[in-house]
Design a protein around this ligand. Structure first.
Ligand code: DLZ
Length: 158
């Protein structure tokens, strides 16, 4: 089921309607860029739709998903950044590369979030093939970039 702001108050105990003063750092992996740029488009659209100002959404590219953790740290260490979103797409191959990258980024993003006491949202698709990824990046299963943005907004209202 797609995430929405409808249940915000039941998750957080308060309604967040004004994110116009909040600053978002969005880190996007260049690997599988057709997918990750669609995730970014979804996240951007959702943040703007909910009232974020365009100038308060800062996008940075990193080469691959493995680099998302450091990119997130570089964003989070800036005091004015309220929430970080990382967007990536890791596609299963014939080797164990997939597992190492997925584990590393999940761990890294958690660390950044706890170290800087800020939401760091995991918007990384981990799929068996490119079609599964495209289906979740504006295709038949929605856009996980939207969901990552909604999650960031929800966490800011906690
Ligand atoms: C090397 C690699 C491979 C095989 N697959 C992906 C992938 O599916 N998605 C992704 O975001 N990045 C991939 N990478 C690149 C790594 O994330 C990383 O950039 C390199 O290992 C250099 O640290």
């Amino acid at each position: 089921m797609a995430t929405s702001l409808k249940n915000l108050s039941s998750h957080t105990g308060k309604n967040i309607t004004d994110i116009s003063g909040k600053k978002f750092g969005v880190v996007v992996a260049e690997w599988n860029s057709e997918v990750t740029e669609s995730l970014y488009a979804g996240a951007l659209d959702t943040l703007l739709k909910h009232g974020a100002k365009r100038e308060n959404i800062i996008k940075k590219l990193v080469p691959g998903s493995f680099e998302l953790s450091l990119g997130a740290q570089w964003m989070a260490q800036h005091e004015e950044i309220d929430a970080v979103i990382v967007l990536g797409c890791v596609i299963q191959g014939d080797t164990r590369h997939f597992d190492f990258i997925c584990d590393a980024v999940a761990y890294g993003i958690t660390e950044v979030s706890l170290k800087y006491n800020k939401p760091a949202i995991f918007g990384v698709l981990t799929t068996n093939n490119q079609q599964q990824a495209l289906d979740r990046a504006g295709g038949k299963h929605g856009n996980k970039g939207d969901e990552a943005a909604i999650t960031a907004i929800k966490m800011l209202g906690f």
